[in-house]
Write a protein that binds this ligand. Structure first.
Ligand SMILES: *Cc1c(COP(=O)(O)O)cnc(C)c1O
Length: 428
């Protein structure tokens, strides 16, 4: 349930989204004005929020050999990638499409790591030609294929093996990736043999080790546990004569969607570095692949109330954003706070906030207390990550526009799709 928000100036966990004079703002820009200018649904991102999130990681890793690779599947809009590339980030990519996005914004290829369980030969070739810094390998079969592709291209592929530490990240099953039953990585017990095999393949050069145990992790314990398992492996791999130059701890740090209290990135890294130092690995090159925690709480989605539909069991608040724009509730039953841009003083009513798509899974929030009327504008909060990048055109709905706010300024970073855009490639 939403707390009553009309008197609440600050939204916890979102320092760059706040009410001022009864109006919801992102930084110093009134969201209602952006909706009037660009229409709804509309994604709005705060540049300051993204940079503040990045700075927390940079502070946490200050003085260490490190590289922050933004996992761009969280939000791959070019302006956001450019912002992060200019701030020194590398990128974690999972497709050749993402590779091209990174190169388009001027990312240094050496700062790109290529993750994913299903890299095609074509994608491997493209990434080798581009000169990516590391392939994060997820299976023995992939190791053999990459070796063959690299030799065909006359290259040596820098590789890391993604190990599955069998740690419970205590998150939603669909976004938990470090357990034995997951499709990701090579089991901890098999990792040494995989490294020994990699070391014999002339098309590969072992450079590191990586893990990624899941997403929306709100505790430090799973990270510490994964770190211990990975460091145990580094010890045994190096004892076998294979040097590990970097250790990549993946991403996964959670954000405050609904009162969760994940550790701050700098506090988490203070704890992890303590452990790393204690075990004598403090001078290794450290890599991380944060996605959600860099952009999630920097974004809101503005939507307009179309209809109120009272019912015997449920009241529905029907808005113009839907599961195609904001897929997380339909996909994971995820919670996003929903607040009015201009709160009314009327008594709130409990609604399910739903979109117009012809699916019962098309809901954005359940049992929300809202004082709203048709035509009112709402903000769906914490939609900077895994929202626009997961959006679709289901129901022939053009995807929303995106705006980046910087202080008192705002800039359109993606135009709203037209219906013609949607069938541009179709052949009637
Ligand atoms: C998705 C993903 C990430 C980023 O996860 P977040 O939860 O968004 O931080 C990092 N590494 C890999 C391999 C991933 O698949």
């Amino acid at each position: 349930m939403n707390p009553p928000i009309s008197s609440q100036a600050k939204l916890p966990g979102r320092p760059f989204v706040a009410y001022s004079n009864g109006q919801l703002m992102v930084e110093q820009v009134v969201l209602r004005d952006l909706a009037a200018q660009h229409g709804t649904p509309l994604f709005v991102y705060s540049k300051a929020a993204i940079l503040a999130a990045l700075t927390a990681y940079q502070r946490g890793l200050a003085g260490r050999k490190s590289l922050i690779c933004y996992a761009m599947k969280a939000n791959s809009s070019l302006a956001i990638l450019k912002l992060l590339a200019d701030a020194g980030c590398g990128f974690d990519i999972v497709s050749s499409g993402e590779l091209e996005r990174a190169l388009t914004v001027g990312a240094e290829p050496a700062k790109i790591v290529f993750s994913g369980v299903g890299k095609t030969r074509h994608e491997m070739r493209q990434a080798l030609e581009a000169g990516v810094g590391c392939f994060n390998i997820e299976s023995l079969a992939e190791l053999e294929v990459l070796d063959a592709v690299a030799r065909e291209c006359g290259k040596v592929a820098p590789v890391s093996i993604r190990v599955n530490p069998n740690v419970d990240a205590k998150t939603h099953p669909y976004i938990s990736t470090g357990l034995k039953g997951n499709k990701f990585g090579i089991a901890h017990e098999d990792a040494l043999a995989a490294y020994q095999r990699a070391a014999t393949l002339p098309g590969l050069h072992v450079v590191g080790i990586d893990c990624h145990i899941g997403s929306q992790i709100t505790e430090e314990a799973p990270y510490l546990e994964a770190m211990d398992r990975v460091l145990d492996l580094v010890t045994s791999i190096e004892a076998a004569g294979i040097a590990i130059h970097h250790i990549d701890f993946g991403g996964g740090l959670g954000i405050d969607y609904n009162g969760e209290t994940p550790p701050a990135a700098d506090a988490l890294w203070a704890r992890l570095l303590e452990r790393l130092d204690a075990r004598g690995f403090g001078d290794r090159k450290l890599m991380i692949e944060p996605g959600r925690s860099l952009v999630g709480n920097a974004g809101v989605c503005i939507t307009e109330v179309q209809y109120l539909k009272p019912g015997e069991q449920k009241n529905f608040c029907i808005v113009d954003a839907a599961m195609n724009d904001l897929p997380r509730p339909a996909l994971y039953e995820a919670f996003h706070q929903i607040v009015a841009l201009q709160p009314r003083d009327d008594a709130p009513v409990t609604y399910d906030v739903v979109g117009p798509v012809c699916e019962s899974g098309d809901w954005l929030g359940r049992d929300r207390n809202l004082a709203v009327q048709p035509g009112d504008l709402l903000a769906v909060l914490s939609t900077g990550a895994y929202s626009m990048s997961m959006s679709s055109n289901y129901n022939t709905r053009p995807r929303p526009a995106e705006v980046l706010v910087d202080g008192a300024n705002s800039r359109l970073i993606r135009a709203r799709e037209s219906v013609q855009d949607l069938w541009r490639l179709e052949l009637p």
